[in-house]
Design a protein around this ligand. Structure first.
Ligand code: GRF
Length: 219
């Protein structure tokens, strides 16, 4: 008799969003491939009007709103968020434009299982408005970083980066567009590496194919 069970269970991924969810969409699209090792099992938004929720609905992925305005402290919200996430038994939590600072308790709970994408060549330009900061500084180079999340905001060990050239006629909008095109490529890729166990964190060191990374991979 043929056994129809998959030879491996896919890595369960919970994705957190606050807005448009174009990175969520890239992850959903990548997950449709049969040979991919991860599966988005839930999408959680802190904003009721996040467009990404519609993307999750269209893809048939269970989606939830956990409104931060209903909680008086960050720690209380993060506790509730942990409860909501853990119901879905994730092996990986992916921040895809989740616009909240996370408590240390939250970050420690998901140590080594929490990824973020940041639109700059970290360690340059942590925080917001990275594209404008690049323009204001007159940089010739810009890009995006996928990193493990630690207690330090946008300071966790980087995994992979993509670089772009800043052109004379660039503005924040054109940079956003070009950087995002790369985001949509490298985020599913890093997620897949994690799912394949090619990527993991030990202490503060990223390992890729069992070798410590001294600097992020460059694509
Ligand atoms: C992206 O630019 C990502 O780098 C940053 O937040 C933005 C989210 O965009 N962390 P989207 O919601 O995925 O379209």
């Amino acid at each position: 008799m043929l056994d129809s069970k998959p030879t491996h269970a896919k890595c369960r991924v919970v994705i957190l969003i606050s807005g448009n969810g174009s990175n969520l969409q890239a992850l959903i699209n990548a997950s449709y491939r049969e040979d991919v090792h991860f599966q988005p099992v839930a999408v959680i938004s802190n904003k009721t009007d996040a467009y990404g929720l519609k993307r999750a609905q269209a893809a048939g992925i269970p989606n939830f709103i956990l409104n931060h305005h209903s909680y008086s402290t960050r720690v209380d919200y993060d506790k509730a968020l942990i409860q909501e996430i853990d119901r879905h038994k994730p092996e990986l939590v992916v921040l895809a434009g989740f616009m909240r600072i996370l408590s240390n308790e939250f970050v420690q709970h998901y140590q080594g299982k929490l990824l973020n994408i940041h639109p700059s060549l970290l360690p340059k330009y942590r925080g917001l408005h990275t594209h404008q900061q690049v323009l204001d500084a007159g940089d010739h180079e810009h890009g995006v970083t996928v990193h493990f999340v630690t207690e330090e905001l946008d300071g966790g060990p980087p995994i992979v980066q993509t670089k772009i050239q800043v052109l004379d006629n660039d503005n924040a909008e054109s940079l956003t567009k070009r950087v995002q095109a790369h985001e949509h490529h490298i985020y599913p890729l890093a997620t897949e590496w994690f799912a394949q166990k090619r990527l993991y964190l030990r202490g503060n060191t990223v390992y890729f194919d069992n070798e410590p990374l001294e600097k992020p991979l460059l694509l």
